[in-house]
Ligand binder design. Structure first.
Ligand code: UDP
Ligand code: MG
Length: 338
């Protein structure tokens, strides 16, 4: 979308005989403690992959020294580039900022906390070289997550897969995307609230999956509050399916049928001369219907809120500053990549 940083300035070598260029995008929010180690580890894996690469770190409004760290790393290593967003816009926006700034023939998105194992990147690249345009790293072992987190994730992914028609079971934001897919994601999708995992499946093209085990966090701590998770889940559901609205309609018909039955029973009892009683039943029915109506209004409200958000056409993020994009060698031989 918006204020993407200036393009890496050095000219591309002839396409036929150059190794593929890979951009690795790392969204980072308060990751100062582990960033140097993560970049070093990713760099050492990439050095063996037969590609030139850039490491693009998007500082998503960190309150610690993340951007200072990125600047220091960029000064020491010409492959490192940084984008600092003007505030914390959330991981989805940070990923989008990275995808928009990436210049590689393929782009890998990976967490900055080493929970996504860098040693999987060669396998992702192999699948890409074999023709896949989207390679998903799929979680195999979630034993480091709490039972509650696993249950929550299974329920959400199952619901989205069933209602939204996109397969996101066990998926993660650790993916490799071909240039064609990245171009599609940044140019053909005007929507502001995004769910990257869903979109990467939705776009189609040739897709492949590689399983991986989630590692425990190396430094810092997880940033997802329950509220943020609920927000992401709502965005995902609302942007991929209108099924909840149809469920509301079906529930309406169901309660109508129930009401008709109760009415018929009441009329029947009156003819039979039986006293119509049941204050408790009435109370329960009213409460039940009341909550059903409130929930339904809430669901409709979520869709209206999303429409409202989208019609404002606000940028998904704003860039405060960048580093590592400036021309490193005016002579034109050094592309700022390794
Ligand atoms: N992240 C981000 N913005 C946020 C929250 C997280 O860029 O508002 C980054 C974070 O720095 C990390 C990745 O997204 O690189 C995953 O975050 P985290 O480890 O907190 O989530 P989890 O591993 O629990 O999915
Ligand atoms: Mg993590």
């Amino acid at each position: 979308m918006t204020t993407a940083p200036t393009e890496p300035s050095l000219p591309a070598p002839p396409a036929e005989n150059r190794p593929p260029r890979l951009s690795v995008v790392l969204p980072a929010h308060n990751e100062a403690a582990g960033l140097a180690r993560a970049l070093a580890e990713i760099g050492s894996v990439l050095a063996t992959c037969g590609v030139t690469y850039e490491l693009l770190v998007v500082d998503d409004g960190s309150r610690d020294r993340t951007f200072d760290e990125i600047q220091a790393l960029a000064a020491a290593d010409r492959c490192v580039r940084g984008i600092r967003l003007s505030r914390n816009f959330g991981k989805e926006a940070a990923l989008l900022a990275g995808l928009e700034a990436a210049r590689g023939d393929a782009v890998v998105t990976i967490d900055a906390d080493l929970q996504h194992p860098p040693h999987l990147i060669p396998e992702l690249l192999d699948r890409w070289r074999a023709g896949a345009r989207v390679v998903h790293a799929v979680k195999r072992d979630r034993s480091h997550d709490t039972r509650m987190a696993r249950w929550r994730s299974a329920a959400f992914h199952g619901l989205l897969t069933r209602l939204g028609g996109v397969d996101v079971r066990n998926s993660s934001d650790f993916k490799l995307l071909d240039r064609a897919v990245v171009d599609a994601l940044v140019t053909a999708f005007p929507e502001r609230s995004r769910f990257y995992r869903g979109l990467a499946d939705w776009v189609g093209f040739e897709q492949a999956s590689v399983p991986f085990d989630v590692a425990p966090r190396e430094a810092g701590h997880g940033k997802w509050s329950l509220g943020a998770l609920l927000g992401l889940a709502t965005t995902a559901l609302v942007s991929f399916t209108s099924a909840p609205l149809r469920i509301v309609t079906s529930l309406g018909f169901l309660t109508l049928a129930f009401g008709a039955l109760v009415a018929a029973d009441t009329v029947w009892s009156r003819f039979q001369g039986t006293a119509v009683s049941g204050f408790a039943t009435l109370e329960i029915t009213l409460l039940f219907l009341g909550s059903l109506i409130m929930i339904s209004l809430g669901i409709v409200g979520e869709y209206i809120a999303k429409i409202y958000d989208e019609t404002k056409h606000r940028p998904a993020y704003l860039v405060a500053s960048t580093c590592g994009f400036e021309e490193k060698d005016p002579g034109g031989t050094d592309r700022g990549e390794r």
